[in-house]
Design a protein around this ligand. Structure first.
Ligand SMILES: [Zn+2]
Ligand SMILES: [Zn+2]
Length: 254
């Protein structure tokens, strides 16, 4: 690159350093504001520490499907729930640190239906904080967002799971592979359907795309309700060669 001062010589530009300066300058110029109380936010987090601490945590849950479970806290978290034992899902583990309750449900709805992408960044930061705090030793090799059908994607203009996955990938230093699975069949809304009808509704809706031979994958979703959708996507990922699949959802419905 030519020097802008003397038009000669060569200057080596460290892009990572430039990006870090950019992020720092942005924080100074536009300090984060808490999206709940409008007070000062934390660095790189659009929530203050008090509001973050008040969010509904999914503390005691099934390690396989992340469903909140009552019972002995020492046992919960290590032993899969009855549903997962009776009918094991296609994924190996589930992580959903927040319950789909107020105000987290509003974060998801604003991201999904009101185009408020700042909530995607917030949900990704909360998920990343919880993953780091969990003390896990290994991360998966890549992130795959739950895909939308192309028609839905055109109508909405973005895939909310991909927005979360992109922020998460940047924070954790993991690549995002959005075309590892494609949604080839539009499906009726899942709301109001029984668990069996949800599975029937989704059958054949997802097919593998980019091969992930032998890869460990985290499938990223905004909210996990019964787990029927991520189960079908995990099946397609498995067909595409993934060997270990975790589901990471920003919010878990009870
Ligand atoms: Zn606050
Ligand atoms: Zn379970």
């Amino acid at each position: 690159m030519r020097c802008l001062q003397c038009s000669g010589g060569s200057v080596t530009v460290n892009l990572e350093l430039l990006r870090a300066w950019g992020v720092r300058a942005q924080r100074v110029l536009y300090p984060s504001v808490c999206l709940l109380c409008r007070g000062p936010g934390q660095p790189a987090m659009d929530l203050c520490a008090a509001c973050q601490g008040d969010l509904p945590a999914n503390r005691f849950c099934c390690p396989r499907c992340a469903r909140s479970l009552p019972g002995d806290p020492d046992r919960v978290g290590r032993v899969p729930c009855g549903r997962c034992i009776r009918r094991p899902p296609a994924f190996d583990a589930g992580f959903g640190p927040l319950l789909y309750q107020a105000p987290v449900d509003r974060f998801v709805q604003r991201l999904k239906f009101q185009c408020r992408l700042v909530y995607g960044r917030l949900l990704a930061e909360l998920l990343a904080d919880a993953l780091i705090a969990s003390g896990r030793r290994e991360m998966p090799e890549c992130l795959v967002p739950v895909p939308l059908h192309p028609r839905r994607l055109r109508a909405r203009g973005y895939n909310q799971s991909q927005v979360i996955a992109r922020h998460l990938g940047r924070r954790l230093g993991l690549p995002v592979i959005p075309d590892a699975v494609s949604r080839v069949r539009p499906t009726a809304p899942q709301m109001g359907l029984t668990a069996r009808d949800r599975r029937t509704n989704l059958r054949g809706a997802f097919v593998p795309g980019t091969r992930l031979e032998g890869a460990t994958v985290a499938l990223v979703d905004d909210v996990m309700t019964t787990g029927a959708t991520v189960d079908e996507v995990a099946r397609a990922l498995r067909e595409g060669g993934a060997t270990r699949i975790e589901v990471w959802c920003a919010a878990r419905a009870q």
